[in-house]
Design a protein around this ligand. Structure first.
Ligand code: UTP
Length: 280
């Protein structure tokens, strides 16, 4: 059995402008999704994958995220620390802020995206990323989900060159937010990564790209073009990504996970069925 990746970096320093005014005083990562804040779901998923240390990349006004995990009886063995991102220069820059807190391969899990399995249990994708990373001696393993062509330009997208055992995709390229006509595949990057510490050197020399932000995708691309192996692992059947990014995706995330919750689900389902039957 392969050893689990035990360090995770969880960026939570973004501005959350798309969710304003909800995020005027409240970090979006603490918005409730069912009975748990977004980032609580993320940590449950990491604990289930064997992660033992979580480093939040945070900023001014987001101290409540660490407060949330001051639980004397947390039900897992994770220890938490935080580093600050002073200026919001993008996801790649946020990951670079955590350099010095990890010693080996580490997970990056976006703090505003929940990955669930059938029935609402935590998805198993992080453990599969760790296994693919080790099996292919990779510099990066990236979670991907199939998205329809009209949505592809909102995501980082991977270009596979071959498929290995277990459906793992070997990549020849990846690109951030392509035009639909230029998208190299339907595989969108899905909020979870396992990365080699070599990423920090690549991030330091990555110029701001799409949106004026330092893109993690560009730094992984640099490692790939320097000869490193980069693999992508598709979400399994039943695994789903729930993004708390826009009001519409937040509403869907709350409904989906509340419906899957054994305590909330049955009554909510009956309420929705009655409401829709009465004409919405
Ligand atoms: P988003 O791309 O959703 O950006 O971040 P955002 O700033 O949070 O939201 P909008 O676009 O203004 O509405 C994805 C994840 O990366 C983190 C966010 O906190 C979120 O968990 N992030 C993003 C950072 O930590 N730092 C950044 O500079 C950007």
């Amino acid at each position: 059995m392969l050893a689990a990746v035990t360090d995770a970096v969880v960026p939570v320093a973004g501005l959350g402008t798309r969710l304003a005014p909800l995020t005027r005083a409240l970090p979006k990562e603490l918005l409730p999704v069912g009975r748990t804040p977004v980032v609580g779901h993320v940590v449950e998923e990491l604990a289930a994958a064997g992660v033992e240390r979580v480093c939040f990349v945070t900023r001014r006004g987001k101290g409540a995220i660490l407060d949330h995990f001051d639980d004397p009886d947390p039900g897992h063995a994770i220890s938490f620390l935080a580093v600050r991102q002073a200026v919001q220069r993008g996801l790649g820059d946020a990951v670079l802020c955590a350099e010095g807190t990890v010693t080996g391969p580490f997970v990056v899990a976006l703090g505003d995206a929940v990955l669930s399995a059938a029935g609402g249990a935590p998805a198993g994708i992080v453990a599969r990323l760790g296994a693919a990373f080790a099996a292919h001696d990779a510099v990066a393993a990236i979670a991907v989900e199939a998205v329809p062509p009209e949505a592809i330009s909102r995501y980082g997208v991977v270009a596979p060159r071959a498929e290995a055992a277990g459906g793992v995709l070997l990549l020849e390229d990846l690109v951030e937010k392509p035009d639909p006509a230029d998208a190299p595949s339907r595989w969108a990057i899905a909020a979870r990564y396992v990365l080699s510490p070599a990423i920090f050197g690549a991030l330091r020399t990555t110029a701001p790209g799409t949106g004026g932000e330092v893109q993690l995708t560009d730094a992984i691309r640099a490692l790939l073009h320097a000869g490193g192996t980069v693999v992508a692992v598709p979400l399994a059947p039943g695994e789903r990504r729930h993004d708390v990014g826009s009001p519409a995706s937040y509403a869907r995330a709350f409904l989906d996970l509340a419906l899957d919750d054994p305590e909330l689900g049955p009554e909510l389902r009956a309420h929705l069925v009655a409401r829709l039957r009465d004409g919405g």
